[in-house]
Design a protein around this ligand. Structure first.
Ligand code: AMP
Ligand code: MG
Length: 406
């Protein structure tokens, strides 16, 4: 039976906010630093101590009193990193000091080795010495009690280093969404196999796996589901036992083999069944019991990736506690005439080229929803509003930046 879809055609912007409204932020887990990279911090980090914790030399040289400048001072010992000079600095004396070592009590300045000469246990230092030179004071970098990282910040290299320096071996971070990825279609074969008559290679699985990994998801590959109601249902039900999100490809457009929408209707509530979007009109979104989400992406390769980009990626980022859910936007000059797609907003794929101090967007060629080459190497998406006017070449438009050119 072939029947026109009864789902209302919703605007893409309406769908984007509807999806985010229904997307939960996942809870936190405590992880060792080794597993925290790129995670979102789920707690504020307050410095439990000062950094540095002791006055430490910034150079190799001699720890002295500035008031002793101009004299020959007896070198009474050494302070090396991790091996402090025991006791205070005696009067009219110097302690040889190495970078990162503790400034002895009583010293108020470090003279750089280049400005001195040492002979037979005595060192000559310049006349004018300035108290406070060449060492870091306690708390110069971080003060005890200071809020150093806030919940919601992403843990990059500097943030991880800071956490370690302050003595946190483990951090509370948001959980990553566990996503079950399923491709549907009787025509699909595994990559590496030779397709038989009418068959095609399942490429969406690998495209979506990459997109999911970039978005920070933990992905389980469920493989290919046949266009069979019972088989699909049992695969999906099993997957939902231990996943937060189901992402499927195919089986959402109108036709007798499109089984995803009715299945999601059975299991939960379908909020979106059609979007005024090109490519990606049949995009489907459902909520399932216990805060789980299901995204039914269209089968055409570009449609599945564009709808992922527009609707799924921001939701996965919200789940992980990210503050920035959207890609960065950039004003660029349109380097071609963009024709509108009638009643739908079109996300056209472009490359960006630097010309005379601005970015110019060039089309990636045919924007067919099956043509992955329109997305491969694309730097950005340009939104062309519905209607019959399009956007003239030379106009300034907002580009949704996927990556900037080198
Ligand atoms: P569907 O949404 O299931 O009707 O799929 C629409 C079209 O997308 C199919 O006719 C295929 O050409 C293509 N397609 C579906 N699934 C995949 C897939 N996993 N990999 C590549 N192309 C696919
Ligand atoms: Mg199909």
């Amino acid at each position: 039976m072939m029947q026109a879809s009864t789902y209302p055609l919703l605007d893409a912007s309406e769908v984007a906010s509807l999806v985010l409204e229904r997307t939960p932020v996942l809870g936190a887990e405590e992880l060792p630093l080794a597993d925290c990279w790129a995670r979102v911090l789920a707690e504020d980090l307050v410095a439990p101590s000062d950094l540095p914790a002791f006055p430490s030399s910034a150079v190799d040289g001699y720890a002295v009193r500035a008031a002793d400048g101009g004299g020959r001072l007896e070198v009474v010992g050494e302070s090396a990193a991790g091996r402090p000079f025991p006791g205070p600095l005696p009067g009219h004396a110097a302690v040889r000091i190495l970078t990162g070592a503790v400034l002895p009590v009583g010293a108020d300045c470090v003279v750089m080795v280049e400005e001195t000469s040492e002979h037979d246990g005595w060192v000559e230092v310049p006349t004018r010495l300035e108290a406070g030179r060449n060492f870091h004071r306690v708390g110069d970098d971080v003060r005890r009690g200071e809020l150093v990282l806030q919940a919601g910040e992403v843990l990059g290299p500097a943030e991880l280093g800071l956490a370690a320096a302050l003595g946190f071996p483990r951090l509370r971070v948001h959980r990553r969404p566990r996503v079950a990825l399923l491709t549907t279609g009787d025509e699909l074969v595994e990559v590496g196999r030779t397709p038989g008559p009418g068959q095609i290679v399942d490429s969406n699985r690998w495209a979506l796996l990459g997109a999911l990994q970039e978005a920070g998801a933990e992905v389980s590959l469920l493989g290919i589901a046949p266009d069979d109601r019972v088989a699909l249902r049992s695969l999906v039900q099993d997957a939902l036992l231990d996943h937060d999100v189901l992402v499927s490809s195919g089986g959402v457009s109108v036709g007798s083999h499109d089984l995803v929408k009715p299945l999601l209707e059975e299991l939960g509530e379908v909020h979106v069944g059609r979007v005024r979007l090109k490519p990606g009109k049949p995009f489907t979104f459902a909520t399932l019991p216990e805060g789980r989400l299901a995204f039914g992406l269209p089968g055409f390769p570009v449609s599945s990736l564009v709808t992922f980009e527009v609707f799924v990626r921001p939701a996965l980022r919200k789940m992980q506690g990210h503050r920035a859910l959207q890609r960065p936007r950039l004003r660029v000059r349109l380097g071609y005439e963009a024709k509108a797609a009638g009643d739908r907003t079109e996300y056209q794929r472009v490359t960006l080229v630097r010309e005379d101090g601005e970015f110019v967007a060039r089309t990636t060629g045919s924007q067919s929803s099956s043509r992955l080459l329109s997305l491969a190497g694309a730097h950005a998406l340009v939104r062309v509003p519905p209607g019959d006017r399009g956007i003239p070449a030379g106009a300034m438009v907002e580009a949704i930046v996927l990556s900037l050119p080198a």
